[in-house]
Each structure stands twice: as structure tokens, then as C-alpha cells.
Design a protein around this ligand. Sequence first.
Ligand code: HEC
Length: 291
Amino acid sequence: MKKLLASILSLAVVAGLGVSIATAQDGKAAAGAEAEHATPHYPINKPREQDWSFAGPFGKYDKGQLQRGLKVYTEVCAACHSMNLVAFRTLGDLGYSEAQVKAFAANYEVQDGPNSDGEMYTRKAVPSDYFPSPFPNHEAAAAANNGAAPPDFSLIAKARGVTRGFPQFVFDIFTQYQEGGPDYIYSLLTGYQDPPEGVEVAEGTHYNPYFASAAALAMAKPLSDDQVTYDDGAPQTVDQYAHDVSAFLMWAAEPHLEARKRTGFMVMVFLLIFTGLIYLTKKSVYANKEH
Ligand code: HEC
């Protein structure tokens, strides 16, 4: 038993060491990001790491934050970005009642049909419908946005985890870093700035050193202070809006994150106990054998 305790203890020490090395590494990366301005690698600046309530093995979504994020999405981003894999009914996860979800869905119009005359028609959305696109098709979306169609938001928080490269991704295993998507979206939304001297951006694009595929993108800075009214007293700043909408998009992309983390933790506990039992079994089976 003593040996077992000792091995569990040493495992914990090794894991702890991994975490502290990883933190030191993160600090170095942040310092290095500033020096990378002149390189043609995109994004020019690495996403800035933020504190998220859903980070780590016991991470949980902050429902108040998700509700604020939904507000930012509906009042600002939904003018251009669809979210057509997310159904209104799932908003129940954010703490809304069935009646509230129904009323929320009724604000949207969706296309349905054909009716008995063979024609498509529009009707008020119901909870089983999905967040519709503000544009009739991809081409219309691109034409209205300087040739670049705004991407659908259903999985954007999973699709934009900027690659961290070696050795960082090794440490990420220990720190369980999975917030690359929200860090990226937050950094993009708060990263608009004037282009540095000598850098020309194409007409209709906006300089942003956090954009993953170029120095400038077709989306103008979408957020400004006091644009969205919060009724829970949270600050009405670009920084807060960006945090809230990024958290909301993480929920949209991974609504079952909490259950996954809970299950993962149980599995780790089980494996630890199981390892101990197997070890004791081996000891007892071979107890009377000579080495
Ligand atoms: C006026 C239209 C418009 C609004 C409003 C808007 N966007 Fe965009 N967004 C775009 C367009 C267009 C692109 C594509 C840009 C490109 O590829 O050059 C885009 C791209 C993005 C991307 C992807 C960037 C990438 O890495 O490819 C994210 C993330 C994003 N928008 C977030 C948001 C958020 C969050 C909001 C609300 C706070 C928002 N947008 C509001 C038009 C808009």
C-alpha cells in the first residue's frame, strides 16, 4: 500500500512539474509574439490567452456570460453571420425557460414549404428551427461583404484554434489548454488597429494583426463601447462584449463540454484506482514465486 501511495504521489509531482514548465513557456511565447511583427506568417500576433470559466478539467460555462454573449450575437453579429447548426431549443442550456425560447425564436423568420400549391413560404421560427442566415445564399453574402462571405458561426470556436506548434502543444496536454478558439475570436475582435507604416491594406479590408490568414480582413471592427445594453450590470465595453460573445460561440460549438470534462475526470479516477488494483493483483499472484 505504501508503494502504491508513493507512486501516486510521484505521478502528481510529475504532472505538477509539467504545469509549471508549461506556464513558463507561455510567458516566453507572449514575449516572443511582439517581435514577430515583420514576418509574413499569419496571424502576425499570436492570440492573447484569456481566463475562461470553462477552462481546465473542472471548467463550467458561466450562464450569465452566455446570455450576454447571445445578446451580442443577436444584436450585432447575426446581421452577417448565420449559425445554422444551432437550434433555438438548445438555448434552454443558457437558463431560459421554454416560453422564453419560444418567444426568442418567434423573432426570426424562416423559409418553409412547399405548400399545397408547390410554393415556398416564410413563417415565424419555432424552437426546433435553427439560427437562419441573414443572406439568401453564399453568393449574396459575399456580394454584400466585399467578396468575402461571413463564415457560419456554428463551429467557428472549434475551427479557429490557431496552431501552437512544438513544444507548446506538448505542454497543452498537461494544462489541458483547449481555449484556442475563444482566445482567437477575442483577440480578433479587440485587435483592430491602424496599419503600421509602410503596410498597405487592400481597399475594403481592415488591418488586424490577429487575423489568421492575412494582414487585413473584410470584416470592419464590429464592436464599439455601449453598443449593446446589458441588464445585469456587466461593463458595456468592447473588451467585455468580446469575452462574452467568444464564450457564447464556444458553447455553440461545444454545448456538451461540461459533461465531457466530468466524464473525463471520472475516467482518470477510475484508471488510477484500476492501476492500483492491477498492481496489487500482480503482487498477490506472484507472492510465492521466486524472482
Ligand atoms: C457587417 C457584417 C459583419 C458583422 C456585423 C460581423 N462580421 Fe464577422 N465577418 C464578416 C466578414 C465579411 C468576414 C470574413 C472576413 C474575411 O474573410 O476577410 C467575417 C469573419 C469573421 C470571423 C472569422 C475570421 C477568420 O479567422 O476567418 C470571425 C471570428 C468573426 N467574423 C466574428 C464576428 C463577431 C463575433 C461578430 C459580432 C460581434 C461579427 N463577426 C460581426 C462580416 C461581419
